[in-house]
Design a protein around this ligand. Sequence first.
Ligand code: KE4
Length: 427
Amino acid sequence: MDHQKSEALFNSAKAVIPGGVNSPVRAFKSVGCNPIFIERATGSKIYDADGNEYIDYVGSWGPMILGHCHPKVVEAIQQTAISGASFGAPTARETELAEMVCAAYPNIEKVRMVSSGTEATMSAIRLARGYTGRDKILKFDGCYHGHADSLLVKAGSGAATFGVPTSPGVPADFAKYTLTATYNDLTDVKEMVAANKDEIACIILEPIAGNMGCVPPAPGFLDGLRELCTAEGIIMIVDEVMTGFRVAYGGAQERFNVRGDLVCLGKIIGGGLPVGAFGGKREIMECLSPEGGVYQAGTLSGNPLAMSAGIATLKLLKEEGFYQQIEEKSTYLEQGLQQVAAGSAIATCWQRVGGMFCTYFQQGPVTSFADALKSDTETFGRFFRSMLDQGINLAPSQFEAGFMSVAHSREDLDKTIDAAAKALASV
Ligand code: KE4
């Protein structure tokens, strides 16, 4: 494939943008090639500056579950734009999207819109600290909740990709309030809680860990956390920025029947525009300014364009059989890739929940960050490059998940499976 224009664009970008990208994982640094610059997208396809077509399994890291440029989402944005992009004042659309979120998540009685997942988790943690009067938080190794200082401790996603799970620039004094435990290890969590009795404000978790690949919760893990948080007066923050409206309309909490005290959302609820949200029990949410003293704000929070895109998206997700389609497409891809892997000498391990998945280059299974780190990232990089050359756009890191959309056709899936067979044979 010719990438001359992307190369030129990357060189121009690097002159004025750190690493040439506005989010590190986009730089393709861990997969041994330069990034492609995207010019347009539609349905399951993206097209780079050189006109190359790719079947897209990144989907903007989750939001594009309808596929790119769904006509009804585009129309909603266009219709809103001609009435004004932003007012810095309340609008009816914010209430409409908030009502849809509350209807989808019974444990969300009130919800505040923000502009990113990072803002959502950062604010939820401040709220938990304000509500409990406690300072410490507990997260899990390999989980990623955005780049707020207190969360860049043994983080996943790009932080894991670049080997800086605890980032420079985070003062030791900040990091000391962040405890970490092993994902799927309830004993570890219980020991950590006992050692910090009455000091932990919240436990924040990805209900399916999508930032160290794709790690499902072990049986009993989520229920055990729920019981522990209730017993200890700890706020359970379920970070569904990635899984919300992804693995079910009611997210992982619907799928696994576990309910947090606070829930973070993002990605899909913006339909591709910048939106995050955090919500939960009324008594906690009413501690937020202007009702309560916990301050949180945002110039573009509840932005009309983003609200309209989110409303249009959720209306389509509510339609009968939507998640069944995602499940069928994802199962078809899984079975095809499993058959291909069975015929290869390369050790791979496929893990999936609903329309999010990952191929680990190791025997597996992967239940924790320590497991994920055993993956052969060099071979993953060769596999990634071969798939890209064959017109398949995968997440450019072993420590990320891939995403299915309803726009992916049977032809797309068959092409992906065939490409994987060739890629595994070549690595
Ligand atoms: P943003 O601030 O990037 O909107 O959301 C942060 C976030 C919070 N919680 C979870 C569970 C997340 O997955 C994320 C962000 N996800 C990554 C993809 N693994 C965003 C991609 C990127 O950093 O460019």
